[in-house]
Design a protein around this ligand. Structure first.
Ligand code: NAD
Length: 419
């Protein structure tokens, strides 16, 4: 299905990326035939008794794209726009992310088409428990491991792990990641995505011979990912000159004081009005003359329209899908390096993997151990991706697919799936 900007729907786009990787790597066509759709896809009806006693039935999904490298893993989103194709596509991206990071996982994803703002907390709890009952046969610590995503959170993960543990008759903390610390969550999980993004960006800057210390940085989005990325970039010696949230941005040529800005945001719950900076718009922020631009808010922010005016040398994607395919081509032709989301925001799934390892071994790590290992994983993945980029002369996003597809194909080959 073609969309307004000429790109394909996310499912068809993910398929095309696998087809390109299989052809470029000269792999057997069977690799594409297996990867072009999920191995297993379940659609479930999720009945919820409303607080007024009436019954509402929601549609939920769980997609298990490929488990050649290990159990499938991926988030679970509650959003009215969730569709079967979106969940399929997101599970395919998770296969790429996990394989690129060298995690012993395949790609999975789940979702429920629901507007959580219309439900009470008790109703959200019942929805979460009913969903787990509906998919319980196909999930489990050695089968498929969910995690939080859009509009789901540690509390929801706690209800879900509790429901699954009741069904099994035993505590099964390794079922799900992103749990509260007290029931087996991992230290460092909340900051993992922003932290991993900065590790990957520094590694890319090194590959390009760009000094991170003193580099200028603009960050769009000041939530979980953007605020941590901005803080850690400035701690690492970069000059963060601009940040923004949905209301607009702030600019200070000498660099923003991130500690004061975070304190201001905590007190005022917004960036607007921070006294030590000039206001700018989100559109202006994207086009600033900085070394590193970090989109960490929404999808489709860098498009064919504004890509020609992007001045950064590195676009480090914290958000999912902030650059459209057409903008990707324009940036590649201009020589801008796009650090793709599949690596840029993979710190979250990497620390989710650490959480699962801790649950399965029942031995818990310190935050320092988590953070050190995260850096190792992010840097190693960057090296593999950059090597593929240099070898095939393709953008980093395509290189990420090449690394991941080669790994999954090898696992499928040795397991005897391809003959
Ligand atoms: P968040 O809700 O904590 O923060 C989002 C930020 O973006 C907020 O500051 C919000 O004000 C801002 N924003 C919203 N609309 C905007 C607009 N139109 N222009 C500019 N800013 C706008 O979300 P998050 O967890 O930081 O996630 C951000 C992105 O990263 C999303 O694309 C998400 O899918 C992706 N991501 C997050 C994680 C994670 O672990 N949190 C993991 C992988 C990917």
């Amino acid at each position: 299905m073609a969309e307004a900007d000429g790109s394909l729907n996310p499912y068809l786009r993910a398929r095309e990326a696998f087809r390109d990787a299989v052809e470029r790597l000269g792999l057997e066509p069977a690799v594409y035939e297996i990867l072009k759709q999920p191995l297993r896809f379940l659609e479930v009806a999720v009945p919820v008794v409303r607080d007024d006693g009436s019954l509402a039935v929601f549609t939920g999904y769980r997609s298990q794209h490929n488990d050649a490298l290990g159990p499938t893993k991926g988030g679970l989103r509650f959003h009215p726009s969730v569709t079967a194709d979106e969940v399929r596509a997101l599970s395919m991206w998770m296969t790429v992310k996990s394989a690129l990071l060298g995690l012993p996982y395949g790609g999975g994803k789940g979702g429920i088409a629901v507007d959580v703002d219309t439900l009470s907390e008790r109703e959200i709890e019942r929805l979460s428990r009913e969903y787990i009952r509906a998919v319980s046969l196909i999930i489990g610590p050695e089968k498929d491991i969910p995690a939080p995503d859009v509009s789901t959170n540690p509390q929801i993960m706690a209800w879900m792990v509790d429901e699954y543990s009741r069904i099994r008759g035993e505590n099964t903390f390794g079922l799900i990641t992103g749990k509260p610390l007290v029931i087996g969550g991992s230290p460092g999980r909340l900051e993992a995505t922003g932290r991993g993004l900065i590790h990957a960006t520094r590694a890319l800057a090194r590959e390009m011979g760009l000094a991170f210390e003193g580099a200028t940085v603009a960050v769009q989005g000041f939530g979980n990912v953007g605020s941590v990325a901005a803080l850690l970039a400035s701690r690492a010696g970069a000059r963060v000159v601009a940040v923004s949230d949905k209301e607009g941005g702030l600019y200070r040529a000498q660099g923003l004081d991130l500690d004061r800005l975070l304190a201001y945001k905590r007190d005022h719950r917004r960036l607007a009005g921070f006294p030590e900076a000039e206001p700018i718009t989100n559109a202006q922020l994207l086009e600033l003359p900085v070394d590193i631009l970090i989109p960490a808010a929404l999808e489709n922010q860098i498009t064919a329209e504004n890509a020609p005016r992007i001045q950064a040398r590195i676009v480090a994607e914290g958000a999912n899908g902030p650059t459209t395919p057409e903008a990707d081509r324009i940036l590649f032709d201009k020589g801008v390096m796009v650090l793709p989301d599949v690596l840029g925001n993979a710190g979250g799934v990497t620390v989710s993997y650490f959480e699962w390892v801790q649950n399965q071994t029942r031995y818990y790590w310190t935050e320092t151990e988590v953070n050190e290992r995260l850096e190792t994983f992010m840097t190693r993945a960057m090296t593999a991706m950059h090597r593929m980029h240099a070898r095939y002369g393709v953008p980093l996003r395509q290189a990420a697919y090449l690394v991941a597809t080669a790994r999954v194909a090898e696992a499928m080959r040795v397991r005897g799936w391809l003959k």
